[in-house]
Write a protein that binds this ligand. Structure first.
Ligand SMILES: N[C@@H](CCC(=O)N[C@@H](CS)C(=O)NCC(=O)O)C(=O)O
Length: 207
């Protein structure tokens, strides 16, 4: 059974969502990040930086949320959450993933880090204005990319929707506005999926 090293309402939520959409059995192993469990010697052998998520699939250990999602999507390809490798559709999927991770998530994470994640003495409040501005700029691009579409890749739900919707949910949770009614409606629509209700239940159980 796949072991997932996770912490509720973190980037591991993306992987929980992916696993719930796929419908495969997995073991949710909570790493008590706030108690320093990420830095325990045993866990550092799984994730060299002591972060979540990580998976162990029968001895194959993988980190990085988006890489894990791609791995699972390819492994359970019958679920159609990822386009076939070596196709233009797959290149489009990659384009979306890189956009989310480098353009959308990055300024949002800067807000998170300099508001509540970093130790207080490392926070630079002056960076918040520009980070909010960069996030809104990325949301503006995202809005254009989603315009007239039901899902990111077109007609059917995919792993990209998990990545985008999770990032927008994070922003909402951080109190960072998207500035877009379309994005807010998309986030709520994705969050209404039955698999996401199971994600919430799984994480509440682990909290
Ligand atoms: N790029 C990584 C980031 C992983 C990451 O930063 N995880 C956070 C939780 S969202 C974490 O484990 N932080 C604990 C720490 O920094 O010690 C991914 O997407 O998996």
């Amino acid at each position: 059974m796949i072991k997932l090293y996770a912490y509720p309402r973190s980037r591991s939520t993306r992987v929980v969502w992916m696993l719930e959409e796929i419908g495969v059995d997995y073991e949710f192993i909570k790493i008590e990040l706030l108690q320093g469990a990420g830095q325990a010697e045993a866990y550092l052998k799984i994730h060299a930086d002591g972060k979540v998520p990580a998976i162990d699939d029968d001895g194959f250990v993988l980190t990085e949320s988006a890489a894990i999602m791609s791995y699972l999507g390819d492994k359970y390809s019958a679920c159609n959450l990822l386009p076939e490798p070596k196709t233009q559709d797959r290149a489009r999927y990659d384009e979306w993933c890189f956009f989310v991770l480098t353009e959308l998530e990055q300024p949002l994470w800067t807000v998170g880090k300099h508001t509540f994640v970093l130790p207080e003495e490392k926070r630079v409040p002056e960076i918040l204005d520009v980070a909010h501005w960069e996030f809104l700029k990325a949301c503006n691009v995202l809005e254009k990319r989603l315009q007239g579409k039901e899902y990111a890749l077109g007609d059917s739900f995919s792993a990209v929707d998990i990545l985008v919707a999770h990032t927008l949910r994070w922003a909402h949770g951080f109190g960072v506005p998207s500035g877009s009614a379309l994005l807010d409606a998309y986030r709520e629509k994705m969050s209404a999926r039955p698999a996401f209700e199971r994600v919430m239940a799984k994480e509440s159980e682990a909290s």
